[in-house]
Write a protein that binds this ligand. Structure first.
Ligand SMILES: Cc1cc2nc3c(=O)[nH]c(=O)nc-3n(C[C@H](O)[C@H](O)[C@H](O)COP(=O)(O)OP(=O)(O)OC[C@H]3O[C@@H](n4cnc5c(N)ncnc54)[C@H](O)[C@@H]3O)c2cc1C
Length: 645
């Protein structure tokens, strides 16, 4: 747990914790846990941008002064002294404010407070019927053995790989198989079966990038990515699509590279699918999938089982927790596949190693420098592979002085969905992570149409997705949480976001949905509502900040709802958007004017510096990207070997 220090108050003010305590009582209602403010501070501690964190805390401290309160709330009473009802009214006013800074303040504080209440064990779990982890983690030995490094130590190897997720794990194994001496540096820790506590707040803190606090700068889209040995493959939902043919054809056209259609990439996709034991035979539908499938069938829409990378999974109810790490070791993450392969061939793994820059000599990469705990580690290498994910890889390259297309063309697959309330219990956190999908909208909207899937919803994330209008209203929604199901839509975006770096070198993500994507998000959301209504939901609600819901069966109810949600829009925080897939921020192509890396994954600007993660996608993959990333990384290993010799 990040240490929480009590904030020092400015003269005449209140500490930020006291202001947070008052706001929490307004957001959650009277009697909320006294631990919530400290938890909120621990969440804010994990923000990527120190500047954002300091600004937020400064505003909170200001709200604790009379002058600040007057400016922020219109009343002289410092926020720390407000009653729960007064604090609730302040948050409502901020939400509705014309000032972006106040709307963002409301969004940030509400999200952190709801997480601090619902992601921790306590009375809220009992109230909603959430059981928490199903027993303790198993006592099984660890299969990997990361090395320890001493202060000032310098390592030398053939190739140093930054990041150990889908792209990093795969390329490390394939390079080691080709005989290279490989060092893998991973910013996260090493957690395996025996460490997966399945407590939501611990998983957020220990397994996710920036403790799951990352979002676009306008807070319009929350960004979820893994940060642990194995990266996103440890926390992800196991869906394993090969890159569709129409996407490969588009990538060939956009990049100018024949490899996407020559069979070369296909061969690598086949190889990784085999190593990961991808099958549709482990897709027993969860209660959420059963409902989605029922709705799709009644509408006569496309529905198919998802291919998944699992082995020996009994697919019992415990499955819903494996987004916090699979305790059975059945999920074929890179922890259980490629990192084991790499280690078996002598690759050295270092965890807790935050790579801050690539060492470059005469426009050629010669190693990297990382922070490990309190000390600096240098790794000298003949080649450097950046595989830190589509947010962190461009940040690393920008910190290292690269420019041009680095950080541009970021795609996020903005995801949203509808929540349906059902007469029976659904327990949306339970069962196979995701087992069915529908590509129905590709038929009507074309290759950029959204696809529909479900995701497991544990209460911390669920509470944040649920619109907050007042403490009582949100609480009433959470009281029927166990009877809710989610149908989610994932838009293949054409919007180009951009990763830049802050003064501290950490990433900032700018992303503003364009008109095409707004329309597709709205169409996806409407389809989700239609599916849930057809499945028998008694009420369907969007994830808009303002409540938009309808009761199926009433004449024109669906049409009116779909129209209202379309008009309400999706950008700038009006609709809760989640990005589980980040792509394209160092895209691949032959032309340095439009791409960051060439057909060998080598950056156009620095020799022997390669990128092998989702950053290299020429456009959004349109399907869950893990297998595409691994396929490209598999192929890249051969190209890198050719350069390094
Ligand atoms: C909850 C969730 C569910 C998902 N479900 C699916 C799914 O079912 N199917 C699917 O196809 N995709 C899914 N995804 C997406 C998929 O997991 C990711 O797209 C994929 O893992 C990205 O691979 P990558 O190699 O680009 O980066 P990652 O797998 O994210 O790996 C990057 C690694 O680099 C490390 N790193 C970052 N910065 C540094 C640094 N400076 N120094 C050292 N190390 C660093 C990170 O800690 C991380 O471990 C899901 C993602 C999430 C978050």
């Amino acid at each position: 747990m990040a240490t929480v220090t009590r904030e020092r108050a400015p003269t005449g003010g209140q500490p930020a914790a006291d202001v947070l305590a008052a706001l929490a009582a307004g957001i959650l209602g009277p009697g909320c846990s006294p631990e919530v403010p400290a938890r909120v501070l621990s969440i804010l501690d994990q923000l990527a941008s120190r500047r954002d964190r300091e600004q937020l805390l400064a505003i909170l401290r200001l709200a604790g002064t009379r002058a600040g309160a007057l400016a922020l709330t219109g009343h002289r009473k410092p926020v720390a002294g407000l009653s729960p009802a007064e604090a609730e009214a302040v948050v409502q006013r901020w939400q509705a404010s014309r000032l972006g800074v106040q709307r963002q303040l409301a969004a940030a504080v509400t999200a952190a407070t709801l997480t601090a209440c619902y992601a921790w064990p306590g009375p809220a779990w009992t109230r909603i019927g959430y059981p928490g982890p199903l027993g303790p983690a198993p006592d099984v030995p660890k299969r990997l053995h990361p090395i320890a490094t001493a202060p000032g130590e310098e390592l030398a190897c053939d190739v140093v790989v930054v990041g150990s997720g889908a792209g990093g794990g795969t390329v490390a194994a394939e390079l080691a198989r080709a005989g290279a001496d490989v060092v893998v540096l991973e910013k996260g820790g090493y957690a395996s079966e025996s460490d997966f506590s399945h407590l939501e707040h611990e998983a957020n803190r220990d397994l996710y990038l920036y403790g799951l606090t990352l979002a676009t700068t306008d807070l319009g889209c929350r960004i979820l990515a893994g940060s642990t040995l194995g990266g996103g493959t440890v926390v992800n939902y196991s869906t394993s699509f090969k890159t569709p043919g129409f996407v490969l054809a588009e990538w060939a056209k956009v990049s100018g590279l024949d490899a996407f259609v020559s069979g070369e990439v296909e061969a690598s996709l086949d190889a990784v699918a085999e190593r990961l034991s991808v099958t549709t035979g482990a897709s027993r539908p969860s209660p959420r999938d059963v409902l989605m499938e029922r709705g799709l069938a009644r509408l006569g829409w496309h529905c198919a089982p998802l291919p998944r990378n699992v082995r020996g999974c009994p697919q019992h109810t415990g499955c819903g927790w494996c987004g916090f790490g699979c305790r059975l070791g059945a999920k074929q993450s890179t922890l259980r596949t490629y990192l084991e392969d790499a280690a078996a061939r002598g690759a050295r793994l270092v965890v807790g190693a935050d790579v801050r820059r690539v060492l470059i000599n005469d426009a050629r990469a010669v190693g990297v420098e990382a922070r490990v705990g309190g000390h600096r580690l240098r790794v000298r290498a003949k080649a450097v592979v950046a595989a830190a994910g589509a947010i962190e890889t461009p940040a690393l390259l920008l910190r290292s002085g690269l420019t041009g297309q680095v950080g541009r063309h970021l795609h996020l697959h903005p995801g949203t969905g509808a929540l349906g309330t059902f007469a029976q219990g659904v327990r949306p956190w339970e069962g196979t992570l995701q087992a069915r999908y529908s590509a129905e909208l590709r038929g009507t909207l074309g290759e950029y149409g959204p696809i529909l899937e479900t995701v497991p919803l544990h209460p911390g994330t669920g509470a944040v997705g649920m619109p907050w209008r007042s403490a009582a209203d949100h609480r009433a929604l959470m009281d029927r949480y166990a009877s809710m199901s989610l149908c989610a839509s994932l838009t293949r975006d054409t919007t180009s976001g951009r990763v830049r770096i802050d003064r501290d070198g950490n990433p900032r993500v700018a992303y503003k949905l364009n008109g095409t994507d707004e329309r597709h998000v709205a169409a996806g959301l409407a389809a989700c509502g239609q599916v849930l209504a057809a499945a028998g939901a008694t009420e369907v609600m969007s994830l808009h900040a303002e409540r938009h819901s309808f009761r199926p069966g009433r004449p024109d109810a669906f049409e009116a709802w779909a129209d209202a949600t379309r008009r309400a829009g999706a950008g700038g925080g009006r609709l809760t958007l989640f990005s589980y897939h980040q792509m394209g921020s160092c895209r691949m192509g032959t032309d340095p004017a439009t791409s960051a890396v060439d057909g060998d994954h080598q950056t156009h600007q620095v020799e022997r510096l390669f990128v092998t993660d989702s950053s290299v996608f020429p456009t959004a993959s349109g399907v869950n990207p893990m297998l595409s990333i691994m396929g490209l990384a598999h192929r890249a290993a051969g190209r890198i070997t050719a350069h390094v010799g």
